[in-house]
Ligand binder design. Structure first.
Ligand code: SF4
Length: 526
């Protein structure tokens, strides 16, 4: 069971891939499994609770005899290794974030362990593989580490990366995550990631490109480029000269995409500092890099950005945002903000709200601040004068999201009004919707803006096949979607030129442009 973020999903895929390679049979039905692996998230308190719930459910099933082993992996293990067996006695083995190549040992293990059982040689603990950091993990694997560091920002980084090739993919065939790096060199005051995953370790560019080629050859069309801070890609391993770093690797990945007949390369988790002109030019120029940037900004108040230790000012963020829009036509920008960070005043909040209304992000998420042990923000939050009560956080979150909702709904409606055309990547196989009315036509077949009445809509009783898909400005799993109403069944992975004919809140409704054009030309011929 894979919990948490896309980075964790890639870990899950890699562990499943190595199990499959060792001859284990993977089953999707829990009732058929002998062993369950829970790949946990320990990022915030809520994710810890969710992980523990899933682990304890699995342990209960084992106690009933429905399961032989429960293996726990991932961030929660790395972060709370000492406490995890108290919280969930009955775990049979644990795997930290640097040791997933031991997953087969953990699954095979010495057999199921009863709660509190002591085993000769293994003590009362479940066996575990939890290296303290990447350097230790690299040494354990006899990799050369002399002269290399885990400082992450000195160009002498280990280059030690966990191999993501030969994954057993959990995403659909036509899209995948491509992990560029592990760990993070930023020191955001609220974040536990650097203490869990360590300093940044970029995959060497040739490894990244090879992995991208393999994914494209397997039938992937869309690759979401992920890491904790993709903007800083390469700095830790000295790949940050002219033509290198993120801009350099985007060019190489773009070539890989072109050689495979086209691709969507999507930049996620871009940190606002060090977003150079070279990176902007690369995104603007490269055909296979979609004009989309996910850039978590966290706040727009200088007080808050400074308290959060983001190393960036409001002015710098603003300048970058407007520059991106100006230099990359059609660019869609997604961001996330934190509300209720310790010390956030009504004025800070109002300033953020005002900026959201003014800039009009294409996509936006808001998180309520969660106080995490051993972070500077947790210490701030203990100060009563700085703590923002939960009800205030809830209120502010709702206000920010409501403002964004209005913007997003208006944008979606505008695209429909304009009859905007996009390539839509089909995600979900179509389902037949007999008698459903076709978006863009009302019951009487009256044509709405941007659509062409084809005379064969719902009013004539025809069946539409409705497929889920996405335009370039919609990232998988987190953004809105585009529903395509078509006469023909469309398959996942197909790229279909569509016209937006309606909007449903955040989502778009589209029809294949070819179907609309066909009807138009028939009318003209008649
Ligand atoms: S950039 Fe900040 S929030 Fe993101 S992983 Fe790094 S430390 Fe955490």
């Amino acid at each position: 069971m894979s919990l948490g973020c896309p980075k964790n999903l890639v870990d899950s895929e890699a562990m499943l891939g190595s199990l499959a390679g060792e001859g284990f049979e993977l089953v999707s039905d829990h009732d058929e499994a002998d062993a369950v692996i829970v790949n946990t998230c320990g990022f915030i308190e809520a994710s810890k609770e969710e992980s523990l719930e899933v682990i304890n459910e699995a342990i209960e099933r084992k106690e009933k005899g429905d399961l032989k082993r429960v293996i726990v992996a991932g961030c929660l293990v790395q972060r709370h290794r000492a406490k995890l067996l108290d919280w969930a006695p009955g775990i049979d083995a644990m795997i930290g974030v640097f040791d997933r190549d031991h997953i087969a040992d953990a699954v095979l293990g010495p057999g199921p362990r009863k709660v509190g059982e002591t085993r000769e040689g293994s003590g009362p603990q479940a066996p575990y593989w939890i290296a303290a950091n990447a350097l230790v993990a690299a040494r354990d694997r006899n990799l050369k580490t002399v002269g290399l560091t885990v400082k992450g920002d000195d160009g002498k980084g280990l280059g030690y990366y966990e191999d993501d090739s030969k994954r057993f993919r959990l995403t659909p065939r036509h899209w995948a995550y491509l992990r560029m790096s592990e760990g993070c060199n930023q020191n955001c005051a609220f974040c536990t990631i650097p203490s869990i995953r360590g300093k940044m370790r970029s995959k060497p560019p040739e490894v990244l490109v090879r992995e991208a080629r393999e994914l494209l050859a397997e039938g992937c069309f869309e690759l979401s480029l992920i890491g904790e801070d993709t903007t800083s890609y390469g700095r830790d391993i000295g790949y940050d000269g002219e033509g290198e770093g993120l801009a350099g690797v985007l060019r190489s990945l773009n070539d890989a995409g072109a050689n495979s007949g086209g691709a969507w390369l999507r930049l996620m988790y871009a940190y606002p500092t060090r977003f150079t002109d070279e990176i902007i030019d690369a995104i603007a120029e490269l055909d296979n890099v979609v004009k989309y940037v996910d850039m978590p900004l966290q706040h727009m108040s200088d007080r808050m950005l400074s308290a959060m230790k983001r190393n960036v000012t409001r002015k710098q963020q603003e300048e970058l945002l407007y520059k991106l829009r100006e230099r990359i036509p059609g660019l869609a920008i997604r961001t996330t903000f934190i509300t209720g960070f310790p010390g956030e005043t009504q004025e800070d909040h109002a300033g953020l709200l005002e900026f959201i209304e003014e800039f009009q992000f294409d996509m936006m998420g808001v998180f309520k601040f969660s106080s995490e042990d051993n972070t500077p923000a947790a210490a701030m939050d203990e100060d009563e004068g700085m703590h923002v009560p939960n009800e205030v956080k809830v209120e502010r979150e709702a206000e920010l999201m409501l403002a964004q909702q209005e913007i997003a709904f208006e944008n979606a409606a505008y695209l429909a009004e304009q009859g905007a055309e996009f390539d839509v990547l089909i995600d979900a196989p179509g389902s037949e919707d007999k008698g459903a009315s076709c978006a863009g036509e009302d019951a009487g077949g009256v044509r709405r803006a941007g659509t062409v009445s084809d005379g064969a809509g719902a009013s004539s009783g025809g069946a539409w096949v409705i497929s889920g898909g996405r335009c370039y400005h919609q990232a998988p799993e987190i953004d809105s979607v585009t529903y395509v109403q078509a006469r023909e069944r469309l398959s996942p992975g197909e790229l279909v030129r569509c016209t937006i004919v309606d909007a449903d809140g955040y989502d778009l409704i589209a029809r294949p442009s070819a179907e609309l054009e066909k009807r138009t030309s028939l009318t003209i011929l008649h």
